[in-house]
Structure formats: C-alpha cells, structure tokens
Design a protein around this ligand. Structure first.
Ligand SMILES: Cc1cc2nc3c(=O)[nH]c(=O)nc-3n(C[C@H](O)[C@H](O)[C@H](O)COP(=O)(O)OP(=O)(O)OC[C@H]3O[C@@H](n4cnc5c(N)ncnc54)[C@H](O)[C@@H]3O)c2cc1C
Length: 475
C-alpha cells in the first residue's frame, strides 16, 4: 500500500528521506519554514549583471562511503567540480595549517611560546602519567589541556572555541571535543602529519579534495532533491514558507500537523518525519507535552550564527577554502571564500568573503544592522591584513537561529527526557542534525534521511538511528 508521509523540515535530512520514499512510489509532503529548501546547506544566488553565490559558511561534502558520493553526484548531475581544500588559522599575523601540522607549528610559532608549549606539554604528560593530577575529561578545557598542554590549548583551541560558542570552554562538555577533534593529542598530531594514512582511512579533517556544485553553491543538492520529489508522479509536494506550528496528537499517536505563516492549514499523513529542532517538536505538541519535558526542552540551547557576506573588488583574498580567526581582539571567528570551492561562485575580477559571528537569538549581534556588521567584519579583516581599505563593494547579512546545539555540562540531563518523550510518540520519527541534537555533517544527515526513507517505504528496518553515533564520527 502506498503511503502519504508528511515531513517537517526541507533540509538535507528531510529531502533525502522524501526522495527515497518517492523513488518507491510513496507520496510525501515536505513542510519547510523558510522560503527556500536546504536548511543549513542552503545557497543564495544573485544572477543579475554578475553571478554570485552565497552559502552559510564553508560547506564541504565528504564521505568515506563511495556509494553515498555517487548518489550525491547523481543528484547534482553534471553540475560538479572537485575542489581542493585548504584551511588555515591566522595567528600572530601568520598562517598556520589546519589541521595542525607539527612542522608548520614549529616554524611559525614565536620561539618563546614554542618552548613554553613544549614544557607545558611535557609537564601535563608527567602529571597525567604519574596521576599527580586527576584530569576529569568532563569539560572541553580539561580534555584538550590533558592532550595538548596548557599553551597549545589556549592558543589554538581555547580562544577559538570560546568565540565560536560564545561561552567559556570550561562550561562546554568534553563530548564535543572528543567528537570534533580528530587529532587526539599532540603526539597523535605529530604521527599523523608524518605518516601517510592508509587508503580509505583518512580522517575527515585531513581529507583534501571534495566535490562541490559547479554553479549554484551547496544548495544545489537540496534543490536537486526537491526537483526530483516534485517531478515524480506521486503527487508529492515541497511546501516552502510553511512552518509546522502544531503537532496534533491523540494520546501518544501523532494524527496531523497544523502549518502556515499567516493562515493555518491542517495536513494529515499515514506517517510523519520530523527533522526540525527536537526542542521545537517537543514544544509544538498539542495537547502539550508534560511540564518537565517542556522545561527540559527550554533548557537546551543553540548557538546562532550571523553571516556577513562582503563583495570585494579583487579577484581573490587567499587560496583557502576557509580561514579561522581565533584571536580575541577580532569579532569574526571564520571566513570562507566560495571561489575556492567553485571558481564560478563570483565574477572573475571580484570575490566574496563570508565572515561568521557567533551569537544568541535576540542579542546585540543578532539585532545589529548590516552596516554595523559590515564595519566589524571589514575592520577585522583589514587588521589581520587579509583585505585592504576601500576594497569592499557591499555587504549582505544572513542568519541561522539554530546552528550548533550547545553541549554544556548539563545538556545530557536536559536532552534525555526530551528524546525519551519524543521517542515514545507513535507515527512520527525524528532524524537529522536538529532532530537528534547532534553535530551531523551533511553526509550524515543525508545518510540518516535516506535510511529512514527506505525503512518507511519498505518496512524493513535500517540502522538510521545509529548513523553518527560513534565516538569519533565527525573529525
Ligand atoms: C556554519 C556551518 C558550516 C557547516 N559546514 C559543513 C561542512 O563543511 N560539511 C558538512 O558536511 N556539513 C557542514 N555543516 C553541517 C550541515 O550544514 C548540516 O549537517 C546539514 O545541513 C543538516 O541538515 P538537516 O536536514 O539535518 O538539518 P537542517 O539543515 O537544519 O534542516 C532542518 C530544516 O527544518 C526547517 N525547520 C525548522 N523549524 C521548522 C518548522 N517549525 N516547520 C518547518 N520547517 C522547519 C529549517 O528551516 C531547515 O530547513 C555546517 C553547518 C554550519 C552551521
């Protein structure tokens, strides 16, 4: 029997799930809050006298799974280039390779600081080995300090993390470090930069080449899925500007969704998939979830990001796909240059830089005007010598409200009751980055979405909920 599945969220998880369902003849309706599909992997195209594309920061698609890469290439058709990734850190007005390369650190670091870093590292190793000091591994600061020593922690990890999260690293759970830092210690960094990794065993952070759409930015992937869903003969639809507002339930069974910006409509399906933030799902239930579940959902936080796009009157800024700017005196923490993803992303003689600033919804940065943030980004980039005065032609601003789930020291305690309650709901399945409150990359959201779609279409269980649950799944 063919089903009608209502999917909340038109990001990569929702779209890839819908794609697998329509491939098998089922009907899907995707409800997307924004005016465009793609979620965090969206792109914006300016196609007037000149052609420009903007992504939400750097988006590099990578997977060890060759079938997944082939699948993505199939969705993109012949609109693909292979890009070479270069990413560096600007510190002390010098470029450091990222991921850290021991020889490059040795060459670039101020001598005195280098000696201190070595002594610190040896001291920490001594304290750890002799158990003279008990490292808890509970928070980010202690996790990294134990593995890299105090100086390297402070210079390369601490100040960047504090900026990117907008909170002290001692308040961030070590779960995040163990998931995101592929190079597990200073010694591991030295080994991995000296030894050539085995074929197919290269950690994500060390992978150099990646595929990217030739035109249209990373959002082409989402647009490719949406096109195929709508062109299928299943009567499926992708409805943009259609936020899910209420998730109606009878007992624990979900029976319908109320959606719409100005006027509300009701949609009913045989099954439902949610890829929207799990906190939003928990709070949209009608009748409401128990008070303790709502309180727990309210206690889970997300980092928001403001993206300042600067059009520049110069062909390029650097060869880097992205550059980290950890220093405290700078407000922006990372820039990306889309021309280094696809040369067609900007006119030949000009380029576009995307500068990221972390904030929280409603704070001063979130509310700042494009002019104010252009001034901030321009000043920062001039001060580190990446651009010169007078080169900015104009700026645009975009925002992601729910960018990074905040793994503070209490998040597990808050997440557990929310996931447990949502897990008990019948007829609805949560997946994707937001649905799981996880740090998925795009390939993981696509893999989860596809697996769930296949499971719903065929009735055969897949391990969709196990995707991206390993200890070192990000890198
Ligand atoms: C700055 C940045 C850089 C990144 N770089 C990379 C990278 O280099 N490589 C990589 O692989 N990954 C990267 N990622 C991660 C990648 O963007 C995500 O893993 C992926 O896009 C998540 O897809 P998703 O569908 O799971 O979630 P989302 O993209 O968040 O999709 C959820 C969708 O639900 C919609 N929604 C929310 N509420 C509602 C509602 N009430 N009703 C209807 N719709 C709703 C949202 O608008 C959104 O479209 C990056 C992320 C960020 C923020």
């Amino acid at each position: 029997m063919k089903k009608h599945v209502v999917i909340l969220g038109g990001g990569l998880a929702g779209l890839s799930c819908g794609f697998e369902l329509v491939q098998r003849g089922h009907r899907v309706t995707i409800l997307e809050r924004e005016a465009h599909v793609g979620g965090m992997a969206s792109s914006f195209i300016e196609d007037g006298d000149e052609y420009w594309t903007q992504d939400f920061g750097p988006h590099r698609f990578h997977s060890q799974d060759k079938n997944l890469i082939e699948h993505v290439k199939e969705i993109l058709g012949d609109n693909v280039v292979t890009a070479q990734r270069l990413s560096r850190i600007v510190l002390f007005n010098r470029f450091f390779d990222y991921p850290l390369v021991a020889s490059n650190v040795l060459k670039n670091m101020p001598r005195l600081m280098l000696v201190r870093a070595m002594l610190d590292y040896l001291w920490v190793r001594f304290l750890d080995a002799t158990r003279l000091r008990k490292f808890t591994d509970i928070d980010f600061e202690s996790w990294v300090t134990r593995r890299f020593g105090r100086t390297l922690y402070r210079v390369f990890f601490g100040q960047y993390t504090e900026k990117a999260w907008g909170m002290p690293p001692s308040q961030i759970s070590a779960d995040w470090a163990s998931q995101r830092i592929t190079l597990l210690s200073l010694w591991d960094t030295i080994k991995k930069t000296l030894a050539r990794p085995k074929a197919g065993d290269t950690p994500r952070t060390l992978v150099r080449s990646f595929i990217y759409p030739k035109f249209g930015g990373i959002g082409e992937l989402a647009r490719g899925y949406a096109r195929r869903i709508e062109e299928s003969d299943t009567g499926s639809q992708v409805l943009t500007n259609s936020p899910a507002v209420k998730v109606l339930r009878e007992g624990m069974r979900v029976v319908g969704i109320e959606y719409g910006k100005h006027t509300r409509q009701l949609i009913e399906g045989d099954e439902y998939v949610s890829t929207i933030p799990v906190t939003s799902l928990a709070k949209a239930l009608a009748p409401k979830a128990p008070a303790e579940v709502q309180t727990a959902a309210d206690s889970l936080d997300y980092v928001s990001i403001v993206f300042v796009y600067l059009k520049l009157n110069r062909p390029t800024v650097s060869p880097d796909s992205w550059v980290y700017l950890p220093e405290k005196h700078l407000t922006i923490h990372r820039i990306s240059e889309f021309k280094n993803f696809s040369p067609h992303s900007a006119p030949k003689d000009k380029t576009l830089i995307c500068a990221e600033i972390t904030c929280r919804r409603g704070d001063e940065i979130w509310r700042a005007s494009p002019e104010q943030l252009q001034a901030v980004a321009e000043k920062d980039l001039i001060s580190v010598g990446l651009i010169q005065p007078g080169q900015v032609l104009g700026a645009t601003l975009r925002k992601i409200p729910f960018a990074y789930p905040v793994y503070d020291l209490k998040y597990r305690g808050h997440l557990q009751p929310v996931m447990e309650y949502v897990g008990k709901l019948e007829g609805i399945h949560t997946t994707g980055r937001q649905g799981n409150f996880r740090y998925n990359n795009m390939d993981q959201s696509v893999e989860m979405g596809r697996k769930l779609g296949i499971e719903l279409a065929t009735g055969q269980s897949t391990d969709h909920s196990k995707v991206a649950t390993g200890k070192e799944y990000f890198g």
